[in-house]
Design a protein around this ligand. Structure first.
Ligand code: ZN
Length: 548
């Protein structure tokens, strides 16, 4: 009969506990010193040895030769616990399925009685955080005055859901998630001992997929060995794990990194066509970006040696700041898929947003009028350090590197002699300083009144008007106006409706180009990527002061 590997390789002595050396040592010392607490609380992620430890502890306490750190394994108590998990005097209960007060009370009442055969009456309660308030109260009553022969071993993945009154009465042990390396080492050991022919790459895939849980890792190995009927290789593991095709994933990333929307979407479509669940693609893509970010940040502990070179090259395809943004946007998208049905749309949006990242440039760069660093091909320049003023986070600019050339007004050659000076004003301003142009585009009307250029802003656009009152902005406006109109113009900024109250004529005077820009600007404002970028930097964009 096939015994599940996770069960067969369940640790039986403290020193077999993988990755929980601190817990094991503390428990051993306490038992050797005869310091036995009335209650123990074992917390930590799933599949890292909490239940195994609870049973080891029960054996250590109740072994005929005990309490001992080396239970004999042959006495009735030891044999029963080894075989079933519980025994005559050890009761094991799953909090998740016995939440009700009656069950908890029944168990608590039972352990209050004197043991029938062994040293202690022990209650092991798994997932104790699932208890109802009443159940916790019953438990608390017993913990307040525990009979000397009664011991509780509580285990939980969610410490914060356990009342502090309970936690404070327990001796607590925190278990940690295992690293991929630790899981991998254990899988290698088990595969060798069980004579499962597995390639190193396959084991690494399984160890990574286990996400910190040794139990999951062993279950996956079990599954892979059973399904492959012998040799466990990378292809078979990828199949079992429903892994997303790595080449397609990397291709999608490269397309995104070079700002190639069409190629990015094409890769995504191929991924989904190949049968991958969009949610799964998103998860894998997020993990992939996270790995690149770690490498870019200088940490690469979790990267396998043979992958390191490739991953390092990939990490350099995006500037570090953009990688940071990419991971953040991917995490947001992951949150979103938990709330909305359409995961396919969510990842599509993510990919398109990410493909815009290369078009963003630093605000200082934009304001200083330097030519934008062009988005690179497959191997653009390495993530350069911020060009200057290294203190504080750099701010993302909403200025596109290549302005969209959609409306005919802006695609006309700049400054045709004899053209509408107001249109030329917009052209020149756009070329000179996009930030100011965007603010001007928010004006409700722009009209020439003698030597005055009057920009009138709606009450709701007062912020734009204020921004333009800044000296540097005004200087630019004045210069651009002089150039466009061929004579000095005074820039007049006003808020509210025109004095004559004729909103109709004011509206008619709004030049076409302004309307087009207004549309472009509101498109930018409603662009989820721009918004996320602003959220990402906690709205710092609004605090940007123009320099000069
Ligand atoms: Zn024993």
């Amino acid at each position: 009969m096939h015994v599940a590997l996770a069960r067969k390789w369940r640790p039986k002595v403290f020193e077999d506990l993988v990755g929980q050396e601190a817990v094991a040592k503390t428990l051993e010392h306490a038992i050797e010193a005869g310091r036995i607490a009335p209650a123990y609380l074992l917390t930590g992620p799933r599949g890292v040895g909490k239940t195994s430890t609870a049973r080891m502890l029960a054996r250590a306490l109740n072994c005929e030769k005990g309490p001992t750190v080396e239970p004999c394994g042959v006495c009735a108590s030891c044999r029963e616990i080894l075989a079933r998990g519980d025994s005559l005097d050890v009761l094991e209960m799953d909090g998740a399925s016995n939440r009700k007060i009656e069950h908890a009370r029944e168990l608590i009442e039972t352990v209050r009685y004197a043991p029938q055969r062994d040293r202690f009456r022990i209650a092991i309660i798994d997932e104790v955080h699932m208890f109802t308030n009443e159940a916790f109260n019953a438990l608390l009553k017993t913990l307040e005055e525990p009979p000397a022969h009664t011991k509780f071993i509580l285990a939980s993945t969610e410490l914060h859901k356990i009342p502090a009154t309970i936690v404070s009465r327990c001796q607590r042990f925190s278990f940690r998630a295992l690293t991929t390396k630790e899981i991998l080492a254990q899988l290698q050991k088990v595969a060798k001992a069980e004579k499962i022919p597995a390639t190193p790459g396959a084991l690494r895939l399984l160890a990574t997929a286990a996400e910190g849980s040794l139990r999951d890792g062993l279950s996956l190995l079990d599954q892979a060995a059973t399904l492959s009927g012998g040799a466990v290789d990378e292809a078979r593991c990828a199949e079992i794990l429903a892994l997303v095709d790595r080449e397609l994933l990397e291709g999608m990333y490269s397309a995104v990194a070079s700002g190639d929307r069409a190629a990015a979407i094409a890769h995504l479509e191929r991924l989904v066509e190949s049968g991958a669940d969009p949610k799964h693609v998103l998860k894998e893509f997020t993990a992939f970006l996270r790995r690149l970010l770690l490498v870019a940040a200088g940490g690469s502990a979790e990267i396998a040696d043979e992958d390191r070179e490739r991953v390092t090259v990939l990490a350099k395809a995006m500037p570090y700041e953009n990688l940071l943004r990419a991971v953040s946007l991917a995490l947001d998208a992951g949150d979103l898929t938990r709330r909305v049905e359409d995961a396919a749309l969510t990842i599509q949006m993510l990919v398109l947003r990410l493909a815009e990242l290369p078009r963003l440039r630093g605000i200082e760069e934009a304001l200083s009028g330097l030519p934008a660093g062009r988005p690179g091909g497959p191997a653009p320049p390495p993530p350069a350090a911020p060009p200057r003023s290294g203190s504080g986070p750099r701010i993302v600019s909403l200025v596109p590197v290549e302005p969209e050339r959609e409306d005919p007004a802006s695609s006309a050659p700049a400054g045709p002699a004899g053209g509408d000076p107001l249109e030329r004003f917009h052209e020149l301003l756009g070329a000179r300083r996009m930030v100011t142009a965007a603010q001007v585009s928010l004006a409700a009307s722009i009209r020439v009144e003698g030597d005055d250029l009057v920009l009138r802003f709606g009450i709701d656009r007062a912020a734009a008007k204020e921004a333009l009152e800044d000296l540097a902005a005004k200087k630019v406006l004045t210069e651009v106006a002089r150039e466009s109109f061929g004579r000095p113009m005074r820039i007049v900024l006003k808020t509210g409706p025109p004095a004559d109250g004729d909103l109709g004529s004011a509206a008619r005077e709004v030049p076409r180009a302004t309307i087009a820009r207004e549309r472009a600007s509101s498109r930018a404002e409603s662009d989820p990527m721009v918004r996320s970028a602003m959220e990402l930097f906690h709205g710092e964009l609004t605090e940007i002061k123009e320099e000069e």
